[in-house]
Design a protein around this ligand. Structure first.
Ligand code: NAD
Ligand code: TDX
Length: 333
């Protein structure tokens, strides 16, 4: 596999994956296929050798454009999505179009051209867990999504499964937990809070702050996806997680401490409607069957690096901040 397309490769996780593959597979070429929505940024993939990293500015819903791109590659890794729950509560339609129709277009293109597909999805398709539930999500957990975002991702996963079974498409799926690291949009929890503090304001916790997320460094997500792309069994679903469960209050307090502030100096704001309580991943299949292991398991160190990245890259995030906070103001959060 030498020539891959990365959809959404100018977004947070996609661009980290592009950097990862660029480093780890020096004989591969990578075509980033991205519509550059509000969440995409060409700066995320700046500085990479243009002989090895190409860019196509197009929408995955554009049938002719995706068909032409897929015809030229060996495999496609599909990250492109509308990815933010709060936006999906405010205006769901783009989630239906990109996440469902866009994935359908990709499936039809890989079917026509007989190409390998890896579809990137989320643990949110499984719904949520109670705080005291000993269970974690496994590949056999029934789908039970809560939000327009997670239900559109669940729909896309089901399309992939159907295209594998009905048409013999060569696809794998991964469902990963909450990522953190560089290049994450300031609408998301960790970058929002870091940048609020850098601007002299207070972090904003939804509700009581007791909701639990299973944090994984985006580098570990990248190595998981690359492992599945190279070694995964066709038709299989793999869960990617690094045993990183923390509640939101703990994350904010650690972040404030790392930034030299009073750990209790945050505000509680109104809760997200339908707010999932807890996500937790059991990554046994990926570990046992494909031998994958996470490397960035020290959350304190990973969060400190992330704080340092946002501190050092103010010109990257500052232009996004006003519009993002205006959207939150409308939502009352
Ligand atoms: P992101 O919002 O940062 O980036 C999305 C990228 O896709 C952007 O570059 C955007 O321009 C592009 N894009 C959006 N719509 C497009 C379209 N119609 N055509 C072409 N390009 C389009 O998202 P992210 O957080 O990096 O998430 C990437 C993928 O990983 C998504 O599929 C998401 O569901 C999944 N995921 C995310 C997380 C997380 O914690 N962020 C966790 C698990 C899975
Ligand atoms: O300001 C905030 N305050 C707050 O308390 C924001 C933006 C969020 N939160 C809470 C809500 C969640 O419990 O923090 C937690 C994380 O929120 P998000 O960053 O919005 O992520 P989440 O809704 O958990 O979804 C993320 O993980 C799964 C990604 O955005 C999805 O793309 C991925 O599929």
């Amino acid at each position: 596999m030498k020539n891959i397309i990365v959809t959404g490769g100018a977004g947070f996780i996609g661009s980290n994956f592009v950097h990862h593959v660029f480093r780890e597979r020096p004989d591969w070429t990578i075509t980033v296929y991205d519509a550059l929505t509000y969440a995409g940024n060409r700066k995320n993939i700046e500085g990479l050798d243009p002989e090895r990293v190409k860019f196509i500015h197009a929408n995955i819903c554009d049938e002719a454009a995706i068909d032409a791109a897929v015809a030229e590659c060996d495999a496609i890794v599909h990250f492109a999505a509308e990815s933010h729950n709060d936006n999906s509560l405010h205006s769901p339609y783009p989630f239906i179009e990109t996440n469902i129709i866009g994935t359908y277009r990709i499936l039809e293109a890989v079917r026509k051209h007989g190409k390998r597909l890896h579809h990137v999805s989320t643990d949110e398709v499984y719904g949520d867990l109670e705080l005291d539930d000993p269970a974690k999500f496994t590949p056999d957990t029934p789908y039970n999504p809560s939000s327009p975002y997670s239900s559109s991702k669940a729909s896309s996963d089901l399309l992939v499964r159907a295209w594998v079974r009905s048409f013999g498409v060569q696809a794998t799926i991964s469902n990963c937990s909450n990522n953190y690291g560089p290049y994450q949009h300031v609408e998301k929890f960790i970058p929002r809070q870091i940048t609020e503090v850098l601007l002299g304001r207070k972090p904003k916790l939804y509700g009581a702050g007791e909701n639990v997320r299973d944090w994984i460094h985006t580098e570990d997500h990248s190595s998981g996806v690359l492992t599945i792309l190279e070694k995964g069994s066709i038709g299989e679903t793999y869960l990617i997680g690094a045993d990183g469960e923390k509640n939101n209050k703990e994350v904010v307090e650690l972040m404030l401490e790392l930034m030299g502030k009073d750990a209790k100096d945050y505000d509680h704001v109104s809760d997200r409607p339908g707010h999932d309580m807890r996500y937790a991943i059991d990554a046994t299949r990926l570990q046992n069957e494909l031998g994958w292991r996470p490397k960035y398991t020290d959350f304190r160190a990973g969060l400190a690096d992330t704080v340092a990245w946002y501190t050092d890259n103010r010109s990257w995030w500052e232009p996004l901040k006003a519009e993002t906070e205006a959207k939150y103001k409308e939502l009352g959060r």
